[in-house]
Design a protein around this ligand. Structure first.
Ligand code: HEC
Ligand code: HEC
Length: 298
């Protein structure tokens, strides 16, 4: 009996040591990638200062999701608070207490390349969606950032827990944008209008959740109890039967055909409801131009 217990005791000690060793390895391997520094050239476009440019920059900050993660007043917000995974806040980008003051070059480097001051990759900031922003959109965004009123808000430090690090090493979570962005991406030169080409440009804001091929499915890095993103291709599991009016109603009011309410905690209708008629027409034309894909094939 005693020997059995002793062996069991030894067995669990070995098990604990193995777990500790595994955690230490995960920590060391992820830390090495997180500490890597990047040297990228960021070119600053002309920055206008007129009211129209600032208003357009604010519109972009809404429909591109900046105000979702950095708070509507851009004073920063904690948007993931699940310590085993991560605790992450969008930075306070205003000149208030707790805010960062960045040169235009540092702003462009962060937004397009995901590289922060000191050269390290930012954590979880989706710069891969912004790498191809046009020069004029980037200029308007900077005009809006310059116009922000001070917000005094101190945010907790960003941390990535063991589960977040493990998912990152397994390639399931795009934790380090600097690793994901193609730093040679040239700014797009889109012609705004209700065209599929302009819809493709706008849909960069949808692909983080709906997948690069827009077929929906599990959203990378979200807990298993999160709803799948919908299929936006013309497959029968997607938007095959949707008219442009249906899409407009879904994006503006969060209601799908048949009166089904979209889960607004997950599908950011508070952002998409600001899309203009032309922007929605462009997205619709783009979705119609995509090859139909089965739901979840990404
Ligand atoms: C999914 C959430 C998310 C979205 C969307 C997002 N950000 Fe961020 N952003 C973050 C996080 C988190 C950080 C802080 C990362 C860190 O400290 O490592 C950050 C950092 C930044 C920084 C760098 C601050 C610094 O200290 O260097 C800038 C600038 C920035 N974001 C601007 C923007 C703009 C502009 C947009 C929209 C075009 C945007 N962000 C969209 C999450 C987001
Ligand atoms: C933060 C993640 C996220 C982003 C960003 C996002 N979506 Fe969604 N979307 C979802 C989720 C999750 C659902 C499923 C909601 C539900 O089941 O009620 C959804 C559902 C939808 C639907 C309803 C389709 C159906 O069959 O019910 C449409 C249309 C849609 N999204 C369009 C868009 C467009 C267009 C964009 C970009 C401009 C976008 N979404 C950006 C997460 C997202």
């Amino acid at each position: 009996m005693r020997t059995t217990l002793r062996w069991l005791g030894r067995g669990s000690t070995v098990l604990i040591l193995l777990v500790v060793a595994a955690l230490a390895t995960v920590y060391a391997m992820s830390e090495m990638r997180m500490r890597r520094t990047w040297q990228v050239e960021a070119s600053v476009p002309p920055v206008p200062a007129d009211a129209a440019a600032i208003a357009r920059g604010e519109h972009l900050a809404t429909i591109r999701g900046c105000r979702g993660c950095h708070a509507p007043d851009m004073g920063g917000a904690t948007f993931i608070d699940s310590p085993p995974f991560a605790k992450l806040s969008g930075t306070n980008l205003t000149p208030g207490k707790g805010g960062v003051r960045l040169s235009d070059e540092a702003l462009v480097r962060a937004i397009r390349h995901g590289v922060g001051s000191g050269g390290r990759s930012l954590l979880f900031m989706p710069s891969q969606e912004f790498a191809a922003l046009s020069e004029s959109d980037m200029g308007d965004l900077l005009a809006y950032l310059h116009s922000l009123s001070p917000v005094d808000r101190e945010l907790p430090p960003n941390q990535v827990g063991p589960l977040g690090r493990l998912l990152f090493l397994a390639g399931k979570v795009p934790l380090l944008p600097a690793e994901v962005v193609d730093h040679a991406t040239r700014p797009a030169q889109p012609q705004p209008g209700p065209t599929a080409a302009y819809g493709e440009y706008l849909a960069a804001a949808c692909k983080g959740c709906h997948g690069p091929g827009l077929s929906g499915g599990h959203i990378p890095g979200t807990p298993p109890n999160w709803p799948d993103a919908a299929n936006l291709t013309l497959d029968p599991t997607g938007l095959a039967a949707w008219s442009e009016v249906d899409l407009r109603r879904a994006l503006r009011e969060g209601v799908a055909p048949g009166g089904r309410a979209l889960k607004a905690d997950f599908m950011p209708v508070r952002e998409t409801r600001h899309l203009s008629d032309d922007e929605i027409a462009a997205l619709y034309a783009y979705f119609r131009s995509l090859p139909p894909r089965v739901r979840g094939s990404r």
